[in-house]
Design a protein around this ligand. Structure first.
Ligand code: PHB
Length: 389
């Protein structure tokens, strides 16, 4: 697949103000995302959010130009590692942005760390990357798998759900999301009556898994699926008749506004938790929803806001005067700003974001499905979990 290189520059606007001799530093950004495969739509949305932030805030960067070099991970860890090596060794990028899959993040972590290249993680929730395998060069502006799911364990138990069956794809993110949810649910008093991990990227037929889940007679099913797998799963949850008897809960990616309308009526009533929904009532979110919708013709999802905030974090780091990679990494680890999702800051102990987690129900809106916020867990911070930067 042919991916584009983009130059973004506010130099024209600044030409009169900046003396010819004072040339600001230009930056090369390696944007490493899945532009193909099961998470391709997620990659595109992150890319769009990132570009929107830079376009919006370029004027704040004192004449610096940003070159974006794009590479496709294909959601495959070995491909992600090969592309990381290319971006760092051949393109000599100043900073990398992106990574959707926890598996890819796990595969590139050591190379990124050893090369001393700052990486702004704009999706992959791999807990270890801001836990036992954290790095001062890795800053996450998206979420961690535990952060999104822990609040849901306690919340569901409080709502009277005592027995849960779990399903998720068989790779790092699936395991971590289910483990962290289950630990919180059990600590609250609940029981996990069974669960399974489905082959990642290849499962098309969820029927046998759904049948088994139903026969365990749980009060609810809790799952993590995203992208194309989420669409298939939710549709089949209805078509195999499970929706009639067992309610569905999960990580909020399951019913992301990016693809919830493709899931159709089966998504109605599903309750999930996430760090962003486009229905958050704040001036920052209203401005973001308006700008993103005007630029791309649809309301933004959590993936859009992650790309946007990766761009915002980069602008903040550049504005702090950081020019080399070490200074950029240092500055990225200290950013805080008001995001469309609410106030956010990077925790210096882990380099993971601290943010609100919203529990929301997918409901029928005006011609489309929309997100009704039921509850908010404020300023959720991860445990340090062995991180030594
Ligand atoms: C992950 O692999 O960490 C991951 C992928 C897609 C999501 C969320 C997490 O929507």
């Amino acid at each position: 697949m042919k991916l584009s290189r983009t130059w973004l520059s506010a130099a024209a606007a600044l030409m009169l103000a900046v003396p010819a001799t004072a040339h600001a530093k230009d930056y090369t950004v390696g944007l490493l995302l899945p532009y193909s495969g099961v998470y391709a739509a997620l990659g595109k949305e992150i890319d769009q959010g990132f570009e929107l932030a830079l376009q919006t805030r370029l004027g704040e960067m004192a004449g610096s130009k940003i070159e974006i070099v794009r590479e496709d991970t294909e959601v495959k860890p070995p491909v992600g590692l090969a592309k990381t090596r290319k971006l760092i060794l051949q393109d000599q990028v100043d900073v990398m942005v992106g990574i959707v899959s926890s598996g890819v993040l796990g595969a590139i972590r050591d190379f990124v760390h050893q090369s001393g290249t700052p990486l702004i993680v704009a999706n992959a929730g791999n807990d270890a990357a801001t836990g036992a395998r954290c790095s001062k060069f890795i800053t996450r502006v998206s979420f961690s798998n535990g952060q999104v799911n822990r609040p849901m364990g306690e919340w569901m138990f409080k709502k009277g759900i005592k027995k849960v069956y779990t399903l998720a794809p068989d790779y790092a993110a699936g395991h971590q999301m289910i483990e962290t949810f289950s630990a919180a649910f059990k600590a609250a008093g609940g029981t996990i009556v069974g669960g399974e991990f489905t082959p990642f990227r290849t499962t098309k037929d969820f029927g046998p898994y759904l049948t088994k889940a139903k026969s365990a007679s749980p009060d609810a099913i809790f799952v993590f699926y995203a992208g194309g797998e989420a669409i298939s799963f939710v549709r089949q949850y209805a078509s195999f008749g499970v929706a009639d008897s067992v309610p569905l809960y999960g990580s909020g990616f399951l019913t992301s506004p990016l693809y919830v309308n493709a899931e159709g009526p089966a998504a109605k009533g599903v309750v999930t938790s996430l760090h962003y929904v486009p229905t958050i009532d704040s001036p920052e979110n209203a401005a973001f929803v308006k700008a993103f919708s005007a630029a791309y013709g649809h309301a933004p999802s959590e993936y859009a806001v992650q790309g946007y905030d990766a761009g915002q974090a980069l602008v903040e780091a550049v504005k702090s005067g950081a020019t080399d990679r070490a200074a950029l990494a240092d500055a990225l680890g200290k950013v805080r700003f008001t995001s469309p999702r609410g106030p956010v800051e990077i925790d210096p102990a882990t380099n993971n974001i601290v943010q609100n987690i919203y529990i929301y129900e997918t409901v029928q809106g005006d011609g489309t499905l929309t997100q009704k916020i039921l509850d908010v867990a404020k300023a959720v911070r991860d445990p340090v979990s062995g991180c030594q930067k």
